[in-house]
Each structure stands twice: as structure tokens, then as C-alpha cells.
Design a protein around this ligand. Structure first.
Ligand code: GLU
Length: 325
């Protein structure tokens, strides 16, 4: 009874005067992680990182939530605007933002962008419906092709792949600017013939695209060496068909090029918050690495590569402590 009335008094005081004793105040810092479409790998990656840090909510007072977004460019811009604290972004997009090129040509270098760590590898892929008779990138001529929404990371990869092969999306075919999550369904419905996407594997996107009645296959992207010679952020890569048994491909691997997924933040986010996230992911690395099959091959060391923005000091503090830097 006594307990109840003290509690009631406390609640009433809080309501009436907004008085909460300092030691009872919940000092929760809310952070939001920008990801990508829900059938990509960024969305579960944001979830995996949030899961690690939220497990220690009592210790750190951090509550991380995940937002599905338009992808890399949107995430970087939202972090710079202070609308998101963290985001997943392609390594090529991180580089461009730091240098003030490509999507950041008008805005200039994004000086407050900070690297936290890198994650899985992503490949730039082109899929096409078998009945659309697309057997090479050249066969895209006259077809309906998704090159990606503005704000995605992959749109520029699609454009680069096309340019390297002498194709112009404004002239040679009907280009769509759809969000990745919509494309597999639209291929299956016969509303588009082909689509580009840059993602880690396996992804729900390609599982969905290759599991339907309309047969879909991966098309190699030739001339990647031209892009690799020109841009420091591209590397030769292969997409393994073992991830997608439903794909109408006979070969085991399809030639293309790739980038890395990276985790970024702003210089304005506190050292404590960044440190806590890095510590939870790295101290529990084996647990983290099991949260998505795309993390196969991940090591603590390679999670510090492929980054062009300066490390956030909160991340650097941890890396120095454990001898990774
Ligand atoms: N790389 C894609 C992009 O930034 C997103 C991939 C994903 O969501 O896993 O547009």
C-alpha cells in the first residue's frame, strides 16, 4: 500500500511539475540507422548492428532503430543533414561524397562524413527475363530496364556499366528509376525486362527475382577493367550462381565488378555512441558474423578496409585499444 502511494505521488509529481530525479531519468540516446530496400542486405545489416547495441541498452543507454531507405546516396545525405545518425553506404559512394564528385558535385566535399567500418562485398549485377531475349548487355537496346532510383547507390554503377559498354540509358532503352524492392515483382509481372542492382549475396531481391514463373538470368557485365582502371573504388568480381538455384544460368559464376558496403556516420555524432556500437560489433564479432550469410569471409581486419572518409574518433579509440590500428 505504502509502496503504491509513493509511486502514485512520484507519477503525479512527474506529470504536474515534470520533475524526475536526476538518477531516475532515462538517459536513452536514440539513433537511427539508414539502410536500403527490405529485400537488400543493408536492411538486415542495420538490424544486425542495432541488435548488437540494443542488447546492451542498460549499459550504454543507446536505442538503435533501423529505417528502410532509398539506399547509399540517400543515407549519406540524410546523415549530413542530421536526419539519420548512421547509415550503410557503398564504398564508391563514400569516396565520391568525401571528394565532392558524382552526386556531390554541386554540394562539394562532405567534410563531416566519418567512416565506422566496412562490411560485406557487393557486386553490380544485371538480371533479365529469359523471354525478353537478352543474352548480353548489348541486348538491352529497346527494352525496359531498371537502372535504379535517384538516392540509391546502384544507379551510378548501372550507368557506369552501360557507359563502359557503349550504351546510353537516355537513348538506347526505356530506363526506369524504380526502387530495388519493386523491381523483382515488376519483372515477374512482365512490366520490365531487366534490372541492375548492387547488393551483397545472397539477397532476398535475387531470390524473389529468380523464384517466379518468368525465368530470369544473370547477364555478365563486360569491360569492367575499363572501369577499374578509371575509378579507384571498383574491383573485379564474380557473382556466384550457387546462391540462386532458381536463376536460368548454366555457368557457376557471372563476371562483373563490385564495391563494399560500409557503415558511416557524421563527425557530429558523439564518440561515446560510435565507440559503443563498434565495441559491441567487434567484441562479439563471431556472433555478428553469423547474423547474415553475406558476412562470410568477413574479418575484423578487412572491416577496416575500403573506407575513404576519416575514421570517427569513437571508432578509432576502439581500434587503437584492441590493436587494430
Ligand atoms: N547498394 C545498394 C544501394 O546503395 C543497396 C543494397 C542493399 O540494400 O543491400 O543502393
Amino acid at each position: 500500500m505504502r509502496k503504491v502511494s509513493i509511486l502514485a505521488l512520484f507519477v503525479a509529481l512527474t506529470f504536474v511539475f515534470g520533475i524526475v530525479p536526476a538518477d531516475v531519468q532515462a538517459k536513452t540516446t536514440f539513433v537511427t540507422i539508414g539502410t536500403g530496400g527490405i529485400t537488400g542486405v543493408y536492411y538486415p545489416t542495420g538490424g544486425a548492428i542495432a541488435k548488437m547495441v540494443n542488447a546492451k541498452r542498460k549499459e550504454y543507454g543507446i536505442r538503435a532503430t533501423v529505417e528502410s531507405t532509398g539506399g547509399s546516396v540517400f543515407n549519406i545525405n540524410s546523415i549530413m543533414a542530421g536526419d539519420l545518425e548512421f547509415g550503410v553506404a557503398q564504398s564508391d559512394r563514400q569516396y565520391q561524397a568525401v571528394e565532392g564528385i558524382a552526386d556531390w558535385k554541386d554540394k562539394g566535399p562532405q567534410k563531416d562524413l566519418r567512416a565506422v567500418f566496412s562490411i560485406h562485398a557487393e557486386t553490380v549485377d544485371l538480371i533479365a527475363a529469359v523471354d525478353a531475349n537478352i543474352n548480353s548487355i548489348q541486348d538491352l537496346k529497346g527494352k525496359r530496364v531498371n537502372i535504379g532510383n535517384v538516392g540509391s547507390g546502384y544507379r551510378q554503377n548501372a550507368i557506369d556499366a552501360l557507359v563502359a559498354n557503349g550504351l546510353d540509358f537516355k537513348k538506347d532503352f526505356h530506363a526506369e528509376s524504380l526502387k530495388a524492392a519493386e523491381a523483382p515483382g515488376l519483372i515477374q509481372d512482365g512490366r520490365i525486362d531487366a534490372a541492375f542492382y548492387t547488393v551483397g549475396h545472397p539477397s532476398g531481391y535475387y531470390k524473389e527475382a529468380t523464384a517466379g514463373v518468368r525465368k530470369v538470368k544473370f547477364i555478365a557485365i563486360p569491360n569492367a577493367e575499363k572501369l577499374i582502371a578509371k575509378y579507384p573504388y571498383y574491383a573485379a568480381a564474380k557473382t556466384l550462381m550457387s546462391n540462386y538455384p532458381g536463376a536460368a544460368n548454366n555457368e557457376e559464376a557471372v563476371e562483373t565488378f563490385g564495391v563494399k558496403a560500409t557503415f558511416v556516420t557524421s563527425a557530429k555524432v558523439s564518440d561515446e555512441v560510435v565507440y559503443a556500437i563498434v565495441k559491441e560489433v567487434f567484441d562479439n564479432f563471431d556472433k555478428f558474423a553469423k547474423l547474415h550469410p553475406a558476412y562470410k569471409g568477413l574479418t575484423k581486419e578487412n572491416m577496416l578496409t575500403g573506407l575513404s572518409a576519416p575514421f570517427h574518433p569513437g571508432a578509432m579509440k576502439y581500434y587503437k585499444e584492441v590493436g587494430l590500428k
